[in-house]
Design a protein around this ligand. Structure first.
Ligand SMILES: Cc1cc2nc3c(=O)[nH]c(=O)nc-3n(C[C@H](O)[C@H](O)[C@H](O)COP(=O)(O)OP(=O)(O)OC[C@H]3O[C@@H](n4cnc5c(N)ncnc54)[C@H](O)[C@@H]3O)c2cc1C
Ligand code: SF4
Length: 330
């Protein structure tokens, strides 16, 4: 590990000023950043500690929106009584992430900024060729072990999956991320994450020095009837092989779908909204056949590699099962 300057600003404006200087990283819970510094992926010259800053840890819920400060802990949001009632998918996506110890330490802002778990990306000593780490160096995963890699949204430069859970739920329900730099702006979470294209090293819509200060989630009927399902190799402490964040709003008859929300995790290079599935569900009855038929569209355009073909079959099953659970017919 190379040496770096540690800076502890007194308030948010000071942190943003410090963050805009040189090769700087914010430090919140440290559960991602310190790992990546130890394995040599992140080599910041300066680390700006924001973990103690006041005013960024609040969580409020009313009839119109959920507002979560970026320094709120994953565990706090997962356990929040009102969020469990109004937005089960948000609570469940956090509950199924990482471990209890990590959730107690990790922040919501840091969670959104976590980086891929691609083994080649995280092993600079073993693999020189990773376009995400070193643009133009190649991609070891294309012809390597790519079981955990993306079947959607990939490019010839990078096929790494976005690994997180919460952002999948946020994308399904049109959440926005509040960002503060010279000015404060709000960006849909879906647009916050970039596709890899030929610059997989550029992952987010965030300029140097800009800080995530919170997320806002509109409260809707579909959010109240929502669910997060995560298929993975073991029951806890594991990233998704395929996951689905879904929500349903039903007509007065209680069996016709008025609105559907669907996003996928574990299969794409960014949290992946499945609008074709949503459109195919509207006006159809809430029954297993309709849900499975629509869920098949979740992997439209998929480009599997040698070891991840199983995701083409797994993802629609996860979507269908999640919809059945949300609809109360599982
Ligand atoms: C073993 C293990 C298993 C895990 N399993 C899962 C899982 O199943 N699902 C899942 O979703 N996650 C999982 N995670 C990831 C975990 O959720 C993240 O490590 C955590 O949320 C990061 O939050 P943090 O506060 O510790 O961030 P930090 O490590 O402090 O920061 C992470 C990154 O975000 C930047 N950052 C932090 N806060 C801000 C801010 N406010 N504005 C701008 N940039 C910011 C930092 O500069 C850094 O680049 C796992 C992690 C580990 C180590
Ligand atoms: S998939 Fe992306 S992160 Fe993994 S080695 Fe290739 S370029 Fe690097």
């Amino acid at each position: 590990m190379r040496s770096f300057d540690y800076i502890r600003p007194s308030d948010v404006p000071a942190a943003i000023r410090e963050g805009a200087t040189g090769e700087t990283r914010f430090l919140a819970g440290g559960t991602t950043l310190l790992d990546l510094m130890k394995c040599g992926v992140e080599l910041p010259a300066r680390v700006v500690d924001i973990s103690h800053l006041q005013g960024l840890g609040d969580v409020t819920v009313d009839d119109r929106a959920i507002r979560v400060g970026s320094l709120a802990k994953m565990a706090t949001v997962a356990d929040h009584e009102d969020i469990r009632t109004v937005a089960p998918v948000i609570s469940e996506s956090l509950w199924r992430a990482a471990s209890a110890q990590l959730r107690n330490m990790a922040s919501i802002g840091g969670n959104l900024m976590q980086r891929t778990r691609c083994t080649y990306f995280r092993d600079p000593a073993g693999y020189a060729n990773c376009n995400k780490r070193v643009p133009g160096s190649g991609c070891a995963a294309l012809d390597g072990l790519n079981r955990n890699h993306a079947i959607l949204g990939a490019s010839e430069a990078c096929i790494a999956t976005y690994p997180g859970d919460l952002a999948v739920a946020l994308v399904a329900f049109d959440a926005t991320v509040r960002i503060r730099g010279d000015v404060e702006r709000s960006v849909p979470v879906e647009a916050f994450y970039r596709l890899p294209g030929d610059r997989p090293d550029l992952e987010h819509d965030l300029a140097a020095g800009e800080m995530i200060v919170g997320i806002d989630i509109p409260v809707t009927a579909a959010l109240r009837r929502s669910h997060y399902l995560k298929a993975r190799d073991r029951a806890s402490y594991e990233f998704a092989a395929a996951s689905a964040a879904v929500g349903l709003d039903l007509e007065e008859d209680g069996r016709t779908i008025r609105e559907a929300r669907v996003a996928l995790g574990g299969v794409a290079t960014k949290p992946w909204r499945a609008r074709a599935v949503e459109a195919a569900l509207v006006g159809h009855p809430l029954d297993e056949a309709s849900l499975r038929a629509a869920a098949a569209m979740a992997v439209e355009g998929a480009e599997p590699r040698e070891h991840n073909r199983f995701k083409v079959e797994l993802a629609p099953r996860v979507v269908a099962r999640a919809l059945m659970t949300a609809g109360g017919i599982a």
